[in-house]
Every structure is written in structure tokens, then in C-alpha cells.
Design a binder for this molecule. Structure first.
Ligand code: ADP
Ligand code: MG
Length: 695
């Protein structure tokens, strides 16, 4: 011992664990296991209860049992080509039985006569013979505990080349060597108050539990740990902003603001006015704004974004507007440059794949403060993008970005005011805890005059009639979208499906219409051209993959046809439908699908029943049921290792109030009882591989 660099499980590479060589270490890397700590925090996904030893002579056939005995003899036979049967005779107090394996000839060599073994597997009985078809076994060596049988056995997320037996062995070896190096870092008061098992003990119990109660307690501890650390970070973030003083101040007059409003063809809704007032109040405060603006699809968030940006422009400062996709960023760019040109406000676009020379020239002007508003994609985050005086950051469709990207854009200015906009209706039950560091504004009403979107369900056979309907709408001067699904297994198939559909519509079903195609892998200028033509009415029907899912705004489009609608989640369907119903004309959404599952049928039913994004979000979670994190992921909340935000709602709330209490009473974590926590966070910050993935 005393060899400090390998005593610390957090930094010791996993190859220092007994029996792990370079090749295994590489395979473990695929499970994101790099250090001893990663290995010990690779928790079982379930357990098999092999704790009760029975006599195979007392149990009926067909049961899965765990039995013990002494090896007598073994033999391999080959009853068929490609089949090796290993049969080992085992002695037990009630008589001799047989253990069998298929195609595992190596076990015969391991199971030498005289060895004591534990065997788990399926019991088979016939004509007086008793045999166990072995799933897992263990030789009892007398030193150390059994890992694979004769106990509650952990089952891990595994990967090619790494078996359950290996993982159990590695974890056990790591626990023996490093388990006791762990020190509890959660505050004592919390551990006692919540009755959580302490660290080294909890690690043992989650991997090799004495009984199922202890396993459950240990799991609860790690879920709590995960949620508490998450909430603690949010509380600290928030505490930081609240304390920060921003260097910039805004001018009092709002000339541009008034001018812009006067130029709009409509008046703000009451809901828009209210959120604008909330934002302006934040901006007038000496502390930076950190506000989430939630508003359903089509509720008019863009106008609010522009007013926020104009506040900076008016004061001689700069604003940045970031959107998740090129299509969306370009659309914002076009609409902003159009509406701000009359006010004499310059707007620039910064996307990926911009020619180097053009880009450099643009960056220079931005850095010199000559361009007050920059719209772009994640390209805004690149290191060489510098601002002269960045005061306002607006991020559209937050669920596509993580907390880290948000932070990166914030870094481009000195305490800029940040507005995050999302149309993803995070269920109210979750948003408080998940966006705990932000203030929240909600646009809770749509602009007036919107007509409900009629939503229909059709079987694929009925599509020809649907296209006839589309053609009629086009003849009446309207435009339509036809969305084909993303084929997840293959981007190429996906693209091919879109191209095939496009050809079929352009050449046959919709021959009389001008049909366009938009997909994710077109070049930027090609996409731009298609969107431009569609907006300008040069294209009647736009066939598209889901790239148009977020934010596209073409008011004259009144028909949305979604092919294979059963493949989309509710949130996505709602987003897609939100592309129509924007112009005040009657709009239609046609969902074509074959309903192969109950869930799909429920989703279609919900779509027909409601147009309220919040309702649909809650409904989505109900349909999926707790445990299906995919649903939660779509709502834009981070992924956790063990915690399930729905199932563990109560723990989340408890962890949140504990975390806030800690930060309220000891914001810098300097109190004696919080020091271990502080060191823990500092170390994690250093290793920058936090075990939940925010982004
Ligand atoms: P989203 O919140 O989905 O981003 P947009 O900002 O794209 O919504 O607005 C949707 C449409 O509603 C746009 O065509 C916009 O011009 C229009 N709009 C926004 N506010 C109003 C309003 N107060 N009255 C009428 N139309 C509005
Ligand atoms: Mg939008």
C-alpha cells in the first residue's frame, strides 16, 4: 500500500484491476469505463436471486434453481454436428445428478473431480434422472465469497467481449482493493436524515447485496446521490448569477422597440406583453437575466426574441441569436434582416460551412462591434467567434442544446442576459426541478384568429385520396408539407425513402403541383434555396424529412401530411403539426399510419383530441409510462444513470430542497460538514467527466 497514485479509485486507470489487461481495458472503454471509479459506478441493471440453495431432488422440473455439490466425472459428447454436450456428474447429499452445458467444452477442463461447485440453471427431470441445464456456475474455493451463484447475483449492462462473469469478477476485485478508499462525501445530516447507507457499504451492497432489501437501499442511495448533485449544481449556478453584477446597462428610451412594434402587422397578445415586461424587468436589474421562455408552437416567441435583442442594439451593445439547425437559423436570419432593415439595424448570419474568407471578414466586423445582431447555429460557439460587447444571448429551442452549450455562448460576453426559448412543453411537474436554475415565463395563449387544425387519421391505402385533397388545396392557392419519417437504422434508407416519395409525388400523384424536396444532408445553399422557394410560393408541396420539425414558419402552408405517423413521438407530432395553422386559414393535419401497437393508437387519439402542447406532453409520459426515459429525453431533460425522473419524483423533490438548503446556508461549501462535498465537486470538475450527461 501507500502507493498513492494507484490508491485513488477516481484516477486509477481500470487496467490496474486484477485480470484486466490492455485489451479488456479497451473493451471496457466501450462501456465508458476508464477508471476504477467508473467500474465501481457501473451499476447492475438487475439482479438474479440465486441465494436459495435447494436440493434438485425436491423440486419439480422446469424451475430455475441453484444447487450445490461435488464434481465426480465429466464427459463431452457430440450428439450432432455443431453441438458439443458437456455432462458432469455431481454428488449431493440426496444423490447424484447431472449438470449439462451446450457448446462450452472448456468447462470440463475447469471442473476437476473433487471440486465443490454451485450451479444455477433450469432443472429437468425425467425417468428418475435429474439434470440441471447450467446457466451459471461457480467453483467454491474456500477463499472469498461466491460471485455467480449461491447469492443474489448482479447483472450488468455488458458489451461484446465482456461477459457478466468477467464484470462480476472485475467489480469484486476492485471493491476488495479500492472499496475502503471511498469516503462518504454527502453531508452527514442528509445521510442520516434520509436513512441512506454510507459510501463503501452502499457500493458493496449495490453490487453484491446480502438480500434484496439491502440492494434496494443501496440503489436508493445512488439515485439520491445523483439527484442531489444535479440539484446542487443548479442551485450553485443560480446562486452565481444572482450574485453577479453585469457590466452593461441599457438605455432608458426604447425608440427601436417602439418602431419595430409599429411596423408589425399585428398587436402583441396579452401573453406576449406580459413576458416582454418580465424580460425587460430582468434586463433592468443589475444582475444577469437567466430566463426560460416557454410557449407552445406558434405562440409568437420570435417577436419576443427580437424585442430582447433590440434592447441591446438600442444601447450600443450586441446580441446573439442561436438556433439548433441551419434551416431554422436561416429562417430567423431572413425574418430578422427583413424586419430590422427598415430600422437600420444590421444582422449577420454565421453558419457552418461558410467559406473561410467570407467568414473571417464577418468575424472581424462582429469583433469590432460593427454588426449588432448575429444569428447562427452552434457555429456561434466556435472559439474564434468574438464579440465587442455581447449583452444579450437568445437561444431558440433549448431542448436541442445542453447546459454546456448554453454556458459556452454565455462565455462570449461578460455576464450577458440570457433568454432561452422552448416550444417543448416540459410537463409542469418536471420543469421546476429540471430548470431549477432559471426563471420561467410562459406564453400561455396563441395569437387571435387561429383556427383549430383539423386532425385526421388515415390508413396508408387512403393516401391517394389524401393527395387529391392536397392538390385541391394547392389549386386554391395553399401550400402543403409531406413529412416522411426518419429511418433510424440507416440514414441512407431515410434519404432514399424521402427521394422515392418525392419522385412518386412529383411524377405521379401530384403531377400538377410544384413539388420540392428538403432533407438534412443537402448543402446549405441548396436547403436555403428550397426554403426560399417554398416561402416565396414557388414550391407548392414540400416533401421533407424531419428537418422541418422545429420552428419553420410559412403561414400560407395549411396542410401537413405525416407518413408513418406511428413512428413519431407525441412531442414530435405536435411540433410537426404546429407548422400549419399559422396563417389564419383553415388548416389540416393528416396522420397516415398503420397502428401496430397500443401506444401508437393512443398517440394518434391524443393528437386528435387536443392541440395543447402541455396536455400532450403529460399524455405522452402517461402513455409511455415511467421508466421510458426516451419520453423524458424528448422533453429536453438530462439523462441520469440510475434515476428516473418520473418514478423518482419524490426523491427529486427531496433532493432539491436539501440542495437548496445547503447552498442557502453555506454557498461556498466551506462549513466543516460540507467540505467533503466541496472536494468531491472540485475533483469532478477537474476530471470533467461528470457521470450524468447534461449535454
Ligand atoms: P413560435 O413561438 O413557434 O416560434 P413564431 O414566433 O414563429 O412562433 O410565430 C408564429 C406566427 O405567428 C408567425 O407568423 C408570427 O408572425 C405570428 N404572430 C406572432 N405574434 C402574433 C400576434 N400577436 N398576432 C398575430 N400573429 C402573431
Ligand atoms: Mg420559433
Amino acid at each position: 500500500m501507500g502507493n498513492t497514485h494507484v490508491d485513488d479509485p477516481y484516477t486509477t486507470p481500470v487496467k490496474y484491476v486484477k485480470k484486466i489487461g490492455p485489451r479488456r481495458a479497451e473493451q471496457l472503454g466501450r462501456l465508458k469505463i476508464f477508471t476504477v471509479h467508473d467500474l465501481l459506478y457501473h451499476f447492475p441493471r438487475e439482479y438474479l436471486d440465486r441465494s436459495k440453495l435447494v436440493s434438485p431432488f425436491d423440486r419439480p422440473g422446469g424451475e430455475t434453481v441453484t444447487v450445490a455439490g461435488r464434481v465426480l466425472t465429466g464427459q463431452d459428447t457430440r450428439p450432432r454436428k455443431n453441438l458439443t454436450l458437456t455432462k458432469v456428474a455431481v454428488d449431493s447429499p440426496q444423490g447424484v445428478f447431472y449438470a449439462v452445458w451446450f457448446n462450452q467444452p472448456h468447462v470440463k477442463k475447469l471442473l476437476k473431480p473433487g471440486l465443490r461447485v454451485l450451479l444455477s440453471g433450469k432443472l429437468e427431470r425425467g425417468f428418475g434422472a435429474v439434470q440441471v441445464q447450467v446457466q451459471d456456475f461457480e467453483i467454491i474455493t474456500g477463499d472469498g465469497a461466491a460471485l455467480h451463484a449461491g447469492r443474489i447475483v448482479p447483472v450488468y449492462p455488458a458489451t461484446a467481449g465482456v461477459t457478466q462473469r468477467m464484470l462480476r469478477f472485475f467489480v469484486h476485485a476492485a471493491l476488495e482493493r479500492w472499496g475502503n478508499s471511498y469516503r462518504e462525501f454527502l453531508p452527514r445530516r442528509l445521510v442520516e436524515g434520509e436513512n441512506l447507507p454510507e459510501l463503501p457499504e452502499a457500493l458493496w451492497q449495490i453490487h453484491f447485496p446480502e438480500n434484496s432489501t439491502e440492494a434496494e437501499r443501496a440503489r436508493r442511495r445512488f439515485i439520491y446521490e445523483e439527484l442531489f448533485l444535479f440539484q446542487l449544481r443548479l442551485a450553485m449556478l443560480r446562486n452565481n448569477y444572482v450574485k453577479m453584477e453585469k457590466p452593461h446597462r441599457y438605455v432608458i428610451g426604447r425608440k427601436l422597440h417602439e418602431q419595430y412594434l409599429a411596423g408589425l402587422p399585428f398587436a402583441l397578445t396579452g401573453a406576449q406583453e406580459r413576458v416582454v415586461a418580465e424580460i425587460m424587468a430582468d434586463m433592468d436589474s443589475p444582475h444577469p437575466m437567466n430566463r426560460l421562455l416557454q410557449g407552445d408552437v406558434g405562440s409568437g416567441k420570435t417577436v419576443v426574441a427580437v424585442l430582447t435583442l433590440l434592447r441591446a442594439v438600442e444601447s450600443g451593445l450586441q446580441g446573439a441569436f442561436m438556433a439548433p439547425t441551419e434551416v431554422l437559423a436561416e429562417q430567423h436570419y431572413l425574418s430578422l434582416s427583413r424586419s430590422l432593415a427598415p430600422l437600420g439595424v444590421r444582422v449577420a448570419y454565421l453558419g457552418g460551412g461558410m467559406p473561410g474568407k467570407e467568414r473571417r471578414a464577418l468575424l472581424e466586423q462582429v469583433a469590432a462591434g460593427e454588426i449588432p445582431v448575429v444569428v447562427g447555429t452552434q457555429a456561434l460557439l466556435q472559439e474564434d467567434v468574438e464579440f465587442h460587447k455581447l449583452a444579450v444571448v437568445v437561444i431558440d429551442e433549448q431542448h436541442r442544446f445542453g447546459v454546456r452549450q448554453r454556458g459556452a455562448l454565455q462565455q462570449k460576453g461578460a455576464c450577458p442576459d440570457v433568454l432561452i426559448m422552448t416550444a417543448t412543453p416540459i410537463p409542469r411537474t418536471l420543469s421546476m426541478t429540471v430548470y431549477g436554475d432559471l426563471d420561467i415565463s410562459v406564453i400561455d395563449a396563441l395569437p387571435p384568429g387561429r383556427q383549430p387544425i383539423r386532425t385526421y387519421f388515415v390508413a396508408p391505402e387512403e393516401l391517394p385520396r389524401v393527395y387529391e385533397f392536397v392538390a385541391k388545396q394547392v389549386a386554391a392557392g395553399r401550400q402543403a408539407y409531406v413529412v416522411c419519417p426518419l429511418v433510424e437504422e440507416s440514414e441512407n434508407l431515410d434519404l432514399q425513402a424521402a427521394k422515392d416519395l418525392y419522385r412518386c409525388l412529383a411524377d405521379e400523384e401530384l403531377r400538377g403541383c410544384r413539388v420540392g424536396l428538403l432533407h438534412g444532408r443537402m448543402k446549405r445553399n441548396e436547403k436555403e434555396q428550397v426554403m426560399y422557394d417554398f416561402r416565396a410560393g414557388q414550391i407548392d408541396v414540400l416533401v421533407s424529412t424531419t428537418v422541418i420539425e422545429v420552428g419553420v414558419d410559412v403561414p400560407n402552408a395549411t396542410v401537413m401530411v405525416i407518413i408513418d405517423a406511428d413512428r413519431f413521438g407525441l412531442a414530435q407530432l405536435h411540433q410537426l403539426r404546429g407548422r400549419v395553422g399559422r396563417g389564419g386559414g383553415p388548416s389540416h393535419c393528416i396522420l397516415a399510419a398503420r397502428l401496430r401497437s397500443r401506444e401508437a393508437a393512443e398517440r394518434i387519439k391524443a393528437m386528435k383530441a387536443s392541440q395543447d402542447g402541455f396536455y400532450l406532453a403529460e399524455r405522452d409520459l402517461q402513455i409511455r409510462g415511467p421508466g421510458d426515459m426516451a419520453g423524458v429525453k424528448q422533453s429536453g431533460v438530462p439523462e441520469f444513470r440510475l434515476a428516473d425522473l418520473l418514478r423518482d419524483r419524490d426523491l427529486l423533490a427531496a433532493a432539491r430542497s436539501r440542495a437548496m438548503a445547503v447552498i442557502r446556508s453555506d454557498p461556498a461549501l466551506t462549513a466543516e460538514e460540507n467540505l467533503p462535498l466541496k472536494f468531491y465537486l472540485q475533483r469532478e470538475e477537474r476530471s470533467r467527466r461528470s457521470y450524468y450527461h447534461i449535454s
